[in-house]
Design a protein around this ligand. Structure first.
Ligand SMILES: [Zn+2]
Ligand SMILES: [Zn+2]
Length: 364
């Protein structure tokens, strides 16, 4: 790591910026990694440690991402197809050759054509049947339109559409991902990664209550993790209780972690309202912070946010902490000013280690 200017693009480096979950969230199944922070081509990633699985939000630059990660990416969520948010995709093509899993990519309408076109930019004469496969989901208000292509084969095919309920694009046993549209002159998707709460059975509490063990414990565990709180469980003595009652007396609850990724949108009342809803009570809001308030005219002209506006959204949405990123290169020598502007309105700001000493008193 360059000691002179660890965050500056002019120093020719991009940083891997691991963000550990805040201490109050003990159950986080994943950890957050943000690359190219705060300058450079935007991208964020969540690693699900136990599953050796990665979720990516935009694919700006894989420069600092280990190659072995490529085979572990199950899902990619694209905000929009401006070049800085998708220019890392060709890296993935080469690294996923021979990967048995299909990678899902979600994004605005037109995504399948854009991503397939990137695969057509290269000669794939030695690939045979080993080309990586992608399922592309174009997000509409009420449905996902699915497309599929395999690198090395011409074109792409349209598949079925699937309905969307409550903005939920992906349901997983451990988490869900929701999306909403923001306006950046073009439609842009913001995403919320929401872990499910986890329920852990406590044998010592069962013993203290004098309840016999049995298959009901596995049933309870399954129903609790599925959110079936009103279901009834029959205990060994023949009595029944709701899952909700048994959770209260016999289980530890570990709160799920919520991360929201929002970038490239203008400071409009509609954007503020929609993002505030998506980000409500999030543990971490990863939010673009392109300009200082004093340069608001540039933010308005380009459909981007100021640090002050980002902080106000974080405050209204009552998030735990905010991670500012996607700084304009005009601040490459003074990134601390953007952090300071966020922190003056919303103090819980995630600041890279390298800058903390420059900003005494500002850290989450
Ligand atoms: Zn951008
Ligand atoms: Zn953009």
């Amino acid at each position: 790591m360059n000691q002179q200017n660890p965050l500056g693009e002019r120093a020719g480096l991009e940083t891997l910026y691991p963000v550990e979950p805040p201490e109050h969230v003990r159950a986080a199944a994943g950890r957050m990694v943000l690359t190219s922070v705060p300058f450079g081509d935007p991208m964020a990633a969540i690693r699900l440690d136990r599953q050796k699985r990665w979720l990516f939000f935009d694919v700006g630059s894989f420069a600092q991402v280990p190659a072995r990660t490529a085979h572990q990416i199950s899902d990619i969520f694209i905000s929009h197809t401006h070049v800085d948010h998708v220019c890392g995709f060709p890296w993935l093509l080469g690294r996923r050759i021979n990967c048995p899993e299909v990678c899902r990519v979600y994004g605005p309408p037109g995504l399948a054509g854009h991503f397939n076109a990137m695969t057509q930019a290269f000669v794939w004469d030695r690939l045979g049947d080993k080309g990586p496969e992608f399922s592309i989901a174009e997000v509409h208000s009420d449905r996902l339109d699915w497309f599929h292509f395999k690198v090395g084969q011409p074109g792409y095919e349209q598949g079925a559409s699937t309905p969307i309920r409550d903005g939920i694009l992906l349901q997983d046993p451990l988490f869900q991902v929701r999306a909403t549209y923001l306006d950046h002159g073009i439609p842009v998707l913001a995403y919320a990664y929401e872990e499910r709460n986890q329920y852990h059975f406590q044998q010592d509490r069962r013993e203290a209550l004098g309840i016999e063990p049995g298959a009901w414990i596995a049933d309870l565990q399954k129903l609790a993790n599925a959110g079936e709180w009103d279901a009834l469980v029959t205990l060994p003595n023949g009595s029944t209780s709701t899952v909700r009652q048994l959770i209260a007396s016999l289980m530890d609850i570990r709160q799920g972690y919520k991360i929201v990724y929002a970038t490239d949108f203008g400071d409009t009342p509609a954007n503020r309202s929609v993002l505030t809803q998506l980000a409500a009570n999030a543990d971490l809001l990863v939010c673009e912070t392109s300009y200082l308030q004093e340069d608001e005219e540039h933010a308005i002209r380009t459909g981007h946010m100021t640090a002050k506006a980002c902080a106000e959204i974080a405050q209204t949405a009552q998030v735990h902490s905010v991670l500012p990123f996607h700084f304009s290169n005009r601040y490459v020598d003074q990134p601390e000013r953007l952090y300071a502007e966020v922190a003056s309105t919303f103090p819980k700001v995630e600041i890279p280690h390298e800058l903390r000493e420059k900003l005494p008193g500002l850290s989450s």
